[in-house]
Design a protein around this ligand. Structure first.
Ligand SMILES: Nc1ncnc2c1ncn2[C@@H]1O[C@H](COP(=O)(O)OP(=O)(O)OP(=O)(O)O)[C@@H](O)[C@H]1O
Length: 248
C-alpha cells in the first residue's frame, strides 16, 4: 500500500482462528474467518448459539487475541500491539454498546457521555458533543441521572457515550436485548441513522432477525465459520437463513 493512503475497510479479520483451552478440552470458537467491514457500513452478525458471534466481536474489538490470523483496525494490526497500546486503542478508536447499558448511576447523563474523554485525558469537542446528544435525542436530559430515564433513553445515552470519541467502529452486542419491541426499534433506527448520516461504521451481534434487518448486510456464522451473507436483508430472509442453519 502507498504510504499515507487509508484503507476502505474499517475492520478486517484475516484467517482468524480462536481456540479456547487445550488438549481434549479445546474448543474452536472461530475456525478461519476472513471478512472485511467497509467504512460506513452497518453489519449484523447472526448465527446459532455457540457459533462464535461473541468471540468474533471480542476479536474485532481487541478484547480477545486470536490464536492465529490477524485483525486490522484500519491500518493497525492489533496482533502487533502490546496490552497497554491495545487498551488505549480500544478507548480511542472503538465504541461499545452492550445489552446492559452500564451507565454509572451516580453520574449525570452528561458526565456519563463524556466519561471516555476523561479516561483518554481529552477535551470534549463541543460541536460534536452537541451533535451527538441531539442525534441520540437526550439533549433535554443531560442533567438527569440514569435512574430517571427509561430503558430506551438509557441505551441512547450509552450510544452517545460510545460515539463521543468519534470511534472508527461502534461494536454493539445485543443492544436491544433488554428493550421492548417499539423502543428497540427506535434504538435500531438511531444506529442506522448514524450510519447513513455521519458514516459511522457499526458491527452488531444479535439474535433478532428484525434487529438484523436494520443493517446493510448480515454475516452468518455456524460452527465458527462464515456460513453466508445477506445484503439489504429482510426479517423473513434472515429467518429463512437461520432456519437453514438449524437454529429454528
Ligand atoms: N472463555 C471461553 N472458554 C472456553 N470456551 C469458550 C469461551 N468463550 C466461548 N467459548 C466457546 O466457544 C464457542 C463460541 O462461543 P461464543 O460465545 O462466541 O458463541 P455465540 O455465538 O456468541 O453464542 P451465544 O449466541 O450462545 O451467545 C462456544 O462453544 C463456547 O462454549
Amino acid at each position: 500500500m502507498v504510504a499515507g493512503t487509508v484503507t476502505a475497510d474499517a475492520v478486517r479479520l484475516e484467517a482468524v482462528r480462536k481456540v479456547y483451552g487445550s488438549g481434549g478440552g479445546a474448543v474452536t470458537a472461530l475456525d478461519g474467518v476472513t471478512v472485511s467491514l467497509r467504512r460506513g457500513a452497518f453489519t449484523a452478525v447472526m448465527g446459532p448459539s455457540g457459533s462464535g458471534k461473541s468471540t468474533f466481536l471480542h476479536c474485532a474489538a481487541g478484547l480477545d487475541r486470536p490464536t492465529s490470523g490477524r485483525v486490522l483496525l484500519g491500518d493497525t494490526d492489533l496482533s502487533r500491539l502490546k496490552e497497554n497500546a491495545l487498551t488505549e486503542l480500544r478507548r480511542q478508536r472503538i465504541g461499545f454498546v452492550f445489552q446492559a447499558y452500564n451507565l454509572l448511576p451516580s453520574l449525570t447523563v452528561r458526565q456519563n457521555i463524556t466519561l471516555p474523554l476523561e479516561f483518554a485525558g481529552a477535551e470534549a469537542d463541543q460541536g460534536w458533543l452537541r451533535e451527538v446528544v441531539h442525534r441520540v435525542g437526550v439533549a433535554d436530559r443531560l442533567d438527569h441521572r440514569p435512574a430517571e430515564l427509561s430503558g430506551g433513553q438509557q441505551q441512547r445515552v450509552a450510544i452517545a457515550r460510545a460515539l463521543v470519541t468519534r470511534p472508527d467502529v461502534l461494536l454493539a452486542d445485543e443492544p436491544t436485548g433488554a428493550l421492548d419491541t417499539r423502543t428497540g426499534g427506535n434504538v435500531l433506527r438511531l444506529l442506522r441513522d448514524l450510519v447513513d448520516s455521519v458514516g459511522q461504521t457499526v458491527l452488531m451481534v444479535t439474535h433478532d432477525p428484525v434487529a438484523a434487518s436494520h443493517a446493510h448486510n448480515v454475516l452468518f456464522l455456524a460452527d465458527g465459520r462464515l456460513a453466508g451473507e445477506l445484503v439489504a436483508p429482510t426479517p423473513a430472509q434472515v429467518v429463512e437463513r437461520m432456519t437453514r442453519l438449524g437454529e429454528w
